[in-house]
Ligand binder design. Structure first.
Ligand code: IVH
Length: 794
């Protein structure tokens, strides 16, 4: 195939109208094929649209030029009163299912017996994915698509020709000079996950009901009497079988059939194989199981078919299923069950999460008894009520969730709609839901035992203080018994506390060991736990910060804080704007940090940790890297005063108004500043509010003291000192700021444009003109991995 975008352009005067229409049809179909079947677009969308409208116009002016295979016929036609019935020339049968390896071994054994082959021989099997969509028969007569029918009961289906015509990947004419008189192509209509997500987003935006899964969405879209609706739904198709064939040789095997289909321009899934024997089948099954989540569409298993058609005929059918094929299904990811209750769980930050309690159901390979409902809005949107029958889904390692309610099965009289609690179910504190937030929160803070438990769990976990052996059950009991009220109490635990805790927990759960009843108490575990707690006392600062459980503060923010500010003593006392000037820390995170340290109970908890000798082992002085960030204009901008952008702040400081001056500024003298009136007003209002003037004075003092602390220190010369880098494109792991920080930490400089003085260009995806320029100048190009390696080398 050629790839010239504009080979459909008319050559002046040489073409007839009919010729032009034919060229357009062919070109448009060629681009559709490249886009939908080969997944490699050959033309910009706008250009496609232009050619499409040109063809539409021609067909309007010359209706006799409108052919049934014209791409203009894909947009949907008049709505039908009902679907008419179609009898299948060759019945569309079903498949037997297997779930276990034994089922597959038994199938292979039956096949060999049926073919009179020795037990030790290996059959050639073709494997397809088992697509989770709808089976369909496409009829082509002399190469032209003429009719499509659903499977129905296998013998008679519904005529969905007009809807199928809207599916772009299905050719309206087969790509061959020698088409068979009749060909019935069989395969699956499905919706890709990405198109499903977009469809549901549109449904949500329109206030319409969402589809439970891509299969339902595909079915709903295909069964539209109005094909214009189907045309908007982005359905796909994969061919995998054959019905009637007249006027061509039948291929010799399933593999040959798929190859022939691909050559005819029909979409065939690339994930298929021919393997030898049962072991080959099982190996493929496992490899697909691994890949499953990464596929663009849903599958519910794989289908094994004896490859040779001669052998298939020899084996034949039993009742309605072939002997030569079997579907090896994955454990179902969705199941029906009933909701016995909706509980509210309280998380570390006080977030209240509704959780559906379910009648136990086996799904995704495990028994599920509860599923998250995420938040209040989600429960309302799905309208989940106690007593409802629901579809539960557990895909891969994802936590189980309620997909949808089966409304027809709602009990009568109707149970009440869900309402979020007004008070915390654990501590009784007030519940608030801030504006713009989806989450309702308990306001009890650490006085709420649920939040305390979660905070301790977070503190002790692997990536934080890493206290081995302190699991959820022990933490819950220690808090319930009031032995541990806060994180620092962990460091006061005595052997006797732990033994008492375990005795009570065992008693509560009815699992007191026989030996304890006989008076023997094992204490080795408790000694180990106390040792583990003691061993956690000197963590790196970034881990200690992360462990404190400050909202919005994850691993990387904690690292930045530790790197720049150096000590908890400093971090716990600086105002929000100091956090705000650090790389990658925005207003939300900065305010959350300041808010955390402003709470007396948090300061007490930190003090208690220090008193218990929990201290970061790598505390250091402020990093001299902070010096640049302490520019008065930068600090001013970090105060987030409305309308006062960094540029405006620079304007102020350039006119001699730094922090000190601003604190004492007389609002009347504003006119001399040269700031626009609205900015002046905003600033003067801000200055008059609360303690703002005093805050700036304090900030000024803090700034001077920080600068003084850094006075004697020089920025350590890194191994990249003197080297200039330019960043372009998007990096996969690092943000721009992070990449910059990394380079600077190693002593390098980052510049915005490429010149002869650039030492390295770091190029991510979608790198543009900078990359070209660097290539022209022969500047070494680094990938993200190269950069990481270069920076880590000391
Ligand atoms: S072959 C005679 N291949 O499974 C064999 N079926 O239980 C006919 N299906 O209704 C089916 N992917 O919707 C075959 N690669 C595949 C399939 C597949 C999905 C569905 C199809 C059919 C059902 C049979």
């Amino acid at each position: 195939m050629q790839n010239d975008l504009f080979d459909a352009a008319p050559e002046a005067g040489q073409e007839t109208v009919a010729g032009r229409a034919a060229v357009l049809r062919r070109e448009l179909e060629r681009h559709s094929y490249a886009y939908y079947v080969l997944d490699t677009p050959t033309i910009p969308d706008a250009e496609y649209d232009r050619l499409f409208s040109e063809l539409q116009r021609l067909e309007q002016d010359y209706p006799e030029l409108r052919t049934p295979d014209s791409p203009t016929q894909r947009v949907g036609g008049a709505a039908l009163p009902e679907f008419s019935q179609v009898q299948h020339a060759v019945p569309m049968l079903s498949l037997n299912n297997g779930f276990e390896d034994e089922d597959v071994l038994a199938f292979d054994k039956r096949v060999k017996e049926g073919l009179d082959m020795p037990e030790t021989s290996e059959i050639a099997y073709a494997i397809d994915l088992k697509f989770d969509g709808l089976a369909i028969n496409l009829r082509y007569e002399d190469g032209l698509f003429t009719r499509a029918a659903t499977r129905g009961d296998g013998y008679t289906g519904e005529d969905v020709t007009e809807n199928i015509r809207t599916i772009r990947s299905i050719p309206l004419r087969l790509n061959t000079a020698n088409p068979p008189a009749v060909l019935d192509v069989r395969g699956e209509v499905l919706m890709f996950k990405q198109d499903f997500d977009k469809l549901n987003q549109r449904q949500r935006d329109a206030g319409a009901k969402e589809f439970a899964n891509p299969r339902n969405a595909a079915a709903g879209s295909l069964r539209q009497l109005d094909s214009k609706i189907t045309a908007q739904r982005k359905l796909r198709f994969f061919a995998y079988g054959i019905g009637a064939l007249d006027g061509a040789e039948r291929p010799e095997s399933h593999r040959d059939l798929l190859a022939w289909y691909a050559a005819l321009g029909l979409p065939v899934c690339a994930e298929n194989a021919v393997v030898a024997g049962a072991q080959g089948l099982l190996d493929f099954y496992r490899s697909i199981q691994q890949k499953r989540d990464g596929l663009g569409y849903e599958i519910d298993g794989v289908v094994y078919k004896v490859n040779s058609f001669t052998q298939q005929e020899q084996l034949g059918f039993v009742s309605r299923a072939p002997r030569f094929a079997i579907a090896h299904k994955f454990p179902a990811q969705e199941a029906l069950t009933t909701v016995s209750g909706i509980d509210i769980q309280v998380g570390r930050t006080g977030a209240l999460t509704p959780v559906a309690r379910l009648a136990p159901v086996f799904v995704g390979g495990v028994t599920v008894t509860n599923a998250t409902l995420h938040n209040e809005d989600e429960v309302r949107r799905k309208d989940v009520r106690i007593g409802d029958t629901v579809i539960v889904r557990r895909a891969g390692d994802v936590i189980p969730e309620v997909v949808a309610v089966v409304l027809e099965r709602r009990p009568q009289p109707e149970p009440a709609a869900f309402e979020m609690l007004k008070t915390c179910p654990v501590c009784g504190s007030h519940v608030v839901r801030e504006e713009g937030e989806a989450v309702a929160r308990c306001t009890g803070g650490l006085s709420c035992s649920a939040q305390r438990k979660e905070a301790i769990r977070h503190f002790a976990s692997r990536k934080m203080m890493d206290i081995d052996g302190l699991g959820e059950r022990y933490i819950d009991t220690l808090v319930d018994l009031n032995i541990v009220k806060g994180i620092a109490d962990l460091y006061q635990l005595q052997l006797s506390d732990l033994l008492e805790m375990k005795r009570q927990a065992d008693l509560r759960d009815g699992v007191t060991p026989e030996t304890v009843l006989q008076g023997k108490v094992a204490s080795k575990w408790a000694e180990n736990l106390i040792a583990a707690i003691a061993a956690s006392k000197q963590p790196p600062l970034e881990r200690l910060l992360f462990a404190l459980g400050i909202r919005h503060v994850g691993e990387s923010t904690a690292k930045t804080l530790a790197d720049y500010l150096g000590s908890l003593a400093l971090i716990r006392q600086v105002p929000a704007c100091i956090f705000r000037i650090l790389p990658d820390i925005g207003a939300t995170v900065a305010w959350s940090l300041a808010e955390f340290f402003s709470q007396p109970q948090n300061q007490q908890a930190i003090q208690a940790l220090i008193d218990a000798k929990v201290e970061a082992r790598d505390e250091k002085a402020v990093n001299p890297k902070l010096r640049d960030k302490l520019e008065p204009a930068v600090l001013l901008a970090a105060l987030d005063i409305p309308k006062l952008t960094l540029a405006r702040c620079k304007q102020l400081t350039e006119r001699g108004i730094g922090l000190e001056e601003l604190a004492e500024l007389d609002t009347d003298s504003f006119t001399v500043l040269g700031l626009p009136v609205d900015v002046q007003q905003s600033l003067s209002q801000w200055l008059q509010q609360g303690t703002h003037r005093q805050d700036i004075r304090d900030l000024h003092v803090l700034r001077l003291s920080l600068l003084e602390q850094m006075a004697g220190q020089v920025l350590e010369e890194g191994h990249l000192s003197g080297k200039t880098f330019v960043l372009t494109g998007t990096l996969a792991e690092l943000s721009r700021d992070q990449a910059k920080a990394l380079i600077e930490a190693a002593g390098g400089k980052v510049s915005g444009s490429v010149s002869k003085k650039t030492h390295y260009l770091v190029a991510g995806t979608e790198a543009g003109s900078k990359l070209e320029k660097a290539q022209e100048l022969g500047i070494p190009i680094l990938t993200e991995a190269d950069l990481l390696q270069l920076c880590s080398r000391s």
